[in-house]
Design a protein around this ligand. Structure first.
Ligand SMILES: Cc1ncc(COP(=O)(O)O)c(C=O)c1O
Length: 381
C-alpha cells in the first residue's frame, strides 16, 4: 500500500473508538459502516492540530470552503461551480433532510431507487415524507440499471414532490452515465419535481470512470437541483462533520442562507474539508488506486473461495454489494457471517426489501484485511 495510507495494522485499528471499531467485540472483524481504515491525510491532520493548538474550537466560519470545493470540482469533476453557491452543512443526511423540509410539502412523496443507502428511508420517516420506490432493474450482465419506466411512474404519482438521486450509487458503486442523467432531467422537468442529488461518493471515482455532476449538465433541471458532496467519504472524515450543498440558482441559495442555523457544520470539519479539497489530492489518488486494486482482489477471492456469491465491481468508492442468494443463508446473510464467521457486513435489507439475500462489504482497507474478511465469510458457509 502507498505509505500515505499507512498499513491498516489491526493492532492500531483496534485502538480507534469510532462506530466501526467499537460496535462489535474484538473477535469480530468490522467491514460494515462506511469508514475506511487508512490513516488520515497529513494536511487534514495538520489543519485540525493547528486549530487545537491555538484554542480555535468555536463555531464554523465558511471562509475558503466555497473556493476550495469549486477548485476541486473544476479540476477533478469537470464542473465549474460558483463558490458563492457552495454552503457548508453538518453532514449530507442532515442537509438533505433540512432541504426537503424547506422545499417540499409535509407528507409528500420522495422517490428513491432501491436498493439504496438505508438512512434515506429513515430520514424520510423522521421528517414525515413518504418513500416512493422506483426500484433499479436487473441488467443482463448481472448488475443493475436505472429503470426509467418505473421512475416515470413514480415521479408521476400523486403527492410526489421530489426525487433523491444517489450518484455514484450506494451500495452498487455504479456511476450513472451522462445520457441517463439527461433522461432523469427530462423526467423531473416533465413531472415538475424538486431534485436532490447525493454525490458524496463522487471524489472516489475509480480508474478511468468519470463521474458527471448532475449540475454540470446543460439542462434547465441543473439549475433546479441541489447537489450534496463532502470530504467525509473521499477523505474518510465523517467524524469531523462537514459536507457541502451546491445550490443551482440564486433562489435555491436563498433557501440555504435562510436555514443557516439548522445547517451549522463543525468548525474543524470546515477546516479539514478545505485541506482535503485543496491540499490532499495526492492522498485521494493513493486511495483511488488502492480501491481499484481492492475491487480486483475481492473479485478474485470470491471466484476462488465463494464462487456462488455474485459481485459486480463498482466504478466508485469502497462498498461491495454481494449477491448471496445462492448461499442459502436467508434474507440476511450478514447475520450468518457475523454469527458463524465473526465478520460484520451491512445487512442487505437495510437498503430496502430488494436487498433480501444480499450483504454489503466494506473494502476501504488493506488487501490483508479483505482477504481475512472473505476467509471468515467462506468459513461460515
Ligand atoms: C450515499 C450516501 N449519502 C450520505 C452518506 C452519509 O453522509 P454524511 O455522514 O455526510 O451524512 C453516506 C455514507 O455512507 C452515503 O453513502
Amino acid at each position: 500500500m502507498d505509505a500515505l495510507l499507512g498499513n491498516c495494522s489491526l493492532d492500531q485499528l483496534v485502538k480507534r473508538k469510532s462506530h466501526k471499531w467499537r460496535t462489535y467485540p474484538p473477535d469480530v472483524l468490522p467491514a460494515f459502516v462506511a469508514e475506511m481504515d487508512f490513516m488520515v491525510a497529513e494536511p487534514i491532520a495538520e489543519a485540525v492540530r493547528e486549530a487545537l493548538a491555538i484554542g480555535d474550537t468555536g463555531y464554523p466560519y465558511a471562509g475558503e470552503l466555497g473556493e476550495a470545493f469549486a477548485s476541486f470540482a473544476g479540476s477533478r469533476l469537470g464542473w465549474q461551480v460558483d463558490p458563492g453557491r457552495v454552503f457548508s452543512i453538518p453532514d449530507v443526511m442532515t442537509g438533505i433532510a433540512e432541504l426537503l423540509v424547506a422545499i417540499t410539502p409535509h407528507g409528500s412523496g420522495v422517490v428513491l431507487n432501491p436498493p439504496v443507502y438505508g438512512p434515506f428511508f429513515l430520514r424520510l420517516g423522521y421528517i414525515s415524507r413518504e418513500v416512493v420506490e422506483a426500484p433499479l432493474s436487473h441488467a443482463d450482465d448481472g448488475g443493475y440499471d436505472l429503470d426509467f419506466e418505473a421512475l416515470d411512474g413514480a415521479l408521476g404519482r400523486s403527492g410526489v414532490s421530489s426525487y433523491l438521486l444517489c450518484n455514484p450509487h450506494n451500495p452498487l458503486g455504479r456511476i450513472w452515465r451522462k445520457d441517463q442523467l439527461l433522461t432523469i432531467a427530462d423526467l423531473c422537468q416533465r413531472h415538475d419535481v424538486e431534485l436532490l442529488v447525493d454525490e458524496i461518493h463522487a471524489p472516489l471515482a475509480l480508474g478511468d470512470a468519470q463521474h458527471v455532476p448532475f449540475a454540470s449538465l446543460d439542462h434547465p433541471m441543473a439549475e433546479r437541483a441541489y447537489t450534496f458532496n463532502s470530504a467525509s467519504k473521499g477523505w474518510n472524515i465523517p467524524g469531523l462533520k462537514c459536507g457541502v450543498t451546491v445550490a443551482g440558482s440564486d433562489a435555491a441559495a436563498q433557501v440555504l442562507t435562510d436555514r443557516w442555523e439548522s445547517l451549522l457544520a463543525s468548525h474543524h470539519g470546515v477546516l479539514a474539508s478545505v485541506a482535503a479539497f485543496t491540499r490532499s489530492l495526492d492522498w485521494l489518488d493513493a486511495v483511488r488506486r488502492q480501491l481499484a486494486e481492492n475491487t480486483e482482489l475481492l473479485a478474485r477471492l470470491l471466484r476462488e473461495r465463494l464462487p456462488e456469491v455474485g459481485y459486480m465491481p463498482g466504478e466508485a468508492s469502497f462498498l461491495a454489494w454481494l449477491d448471496c442468494r445462492k448461499l442459502g443463508l436467508g434474507d440476511d446473510p450478514a447475520a450468518a457471517f457475523l454469527d458463524r464467521g465473526k465478520v460484520a457486513l451491512t445487512e442487505g435489507p437495510y437498503f430496502g426489501s430488494q436487498g433480501a439475500g444480499f450483504a454489503r462489504l466494506n473494502i476501504g482497507t488493506s488487501p490483508e484485511l479483505i482477504t481475512e474478511a472473505v476467509t471468515r465469510m467462506a468459513a461460515s458457509v
